[in-house]
Write a protein that binds this ligand. Sequence first.
Ligand SMILES: [Zn+2]
Length: 566
Amino acid sequence: MRRLAIAVVLGLVAFGASGAPAGAPAPAELVLTHGAVYTVDGPRSWAEAVAVSGGRIVFVGTAAAAKPWIGPQTKVVDLAGKMVLPAFHDSHVHPVSGGMEALECDLHGLATADEVLEAVRKYAAAHPDAVWIRGGGWDLTLFPAGNPSKALLDRIVPDRPVLLDASDGHSAWANSKALALAGVTKATPDPPLGRIERDASGQPSGALREEAVGLVSRHLPRRTAKDYEAGLRKGLQIANGFGLTSLEEASASDRELAAYEALDARGELTARVSVSITADTDKVLADVNRIKALREHYRGKRFHADAVKIFADGVLETRTAAVLLPYIGFGDDRGKTNLAPADFQALATALDALGFQIHVHAIGDRAIRDTLDALEAAQKANGVRDARHHIAHLELIDPADVPRFRRLGVIANFQPFWANGDQYITELTEPELGPARSRWLYPIATVAASGAVTAFGSDWSVSSMNPLDGIEVAVTHREPPKGPGPAWLPQEQITLPQAIAGYTIAGAYLDFTEKETGSIEAGKAADLIVLDRNLFEIPPSQIHDARVLWTLLEGKEVFRAPAFAP
Ligand SMILES: [Zn+2]
């Protein structure tokens, strides 16, 4: 808070009581004026104008007070009421793998099984030389029980292997050729943390869950370093177009890190990136030295790898998330954790002692409790420090665990787009949890009210990377195109200012960059976006229609909509 206060004072000193710049500052390089500037500073104040020089914000205030910053060389952009926000932060996103997927057979956003099959057919026809047809993004809800059959694919691509990831990244769909090539048959047992879906006769039917995906995917041709770099370039292009200039890469190996390094060295990294190195949960402590070495090796101008990603469990829709009480209708099934609690605590303690920021994928209430236990054990062993560990996804939190976030200083990293009452929730999730426990799905408002920091991310390519989609759902609790109507779980809706903060200043806090970015204040970097309309003046159900027109990172344009001519 003290830092924010100082930034405000600097701003006041800069334009002074009379409106004239104190100490006659050099004219700014860029002045945005007559805008609706929502600054996301401490008091959440509004302004009309922002002046930028040397990549930094040098003035925030009224249009009249901005005039002394305008010289003959200053570029002046009259926004005519358009909105200015701090550039967005995505606290959980997969820019490299998502970008590679977007360049392959891309099935995201398709609305019917027929559309999916048509897209696969078209892709296969357009790529006659592809040895494998690979890609992903198909929606589980388009197929009965989230379980598409190999026969559907065999009809369109009988002669080449096909493997397509589901949009949630926890299932895949193979054709007969791919299963045969991988030697997956009736006799193949399920791997310990996965499931081969089977027909009535026990034959693999086409869908693979979690670790079972690896039985086939390990036969895919190895992607090249160039593929990774092309994927990252594509991911960054999409991110900048949605007004994002700060990203938390949610899952990286040395291959993703090499792509970040390559683009950073060429000055092509158009976002600040904090990379989470994926820990091998099978190896537990034996993996720590590898992680440490990667952190030391990979550090660039715009990226670093000071975070570690731990997958605590799977997902609710396929009952691979670890829950406290059994899934309804499935006997004693309580899902699976990837780490025994003692191992999790030992790993978290070791990583915390080395100064890593721990980023955990935890979805079920049992996995979330195990994670909080592990982070608490680390704090007990190593003492309280400014660690900013965070738990992503948080789909089902036991109410008893809510106060622990604030108490332990753990950031709640939600993906608010998921809290929309769609078919994943109503058809796959709520029936297996029952109404009493379903009340505790995505409890964003409750966690925020507890005083914990809540930061937001997309988990793209699992779902839309557009922060405006996430902001709309956080506020409306409805699927974006549906328009106004009753909210799903209305007690967990949050306000527009809270939702914007989750994608800006809270994301900056999560990234340890809140002195540098996340709000529009004199002294901070000019990470700014211009939107075509003021989000506070439109119905919340239309937020997803708003468009980012201009994205600046450190004052430099990284995206401009064709229609916008500043
Ligand atoms: Zn993720």
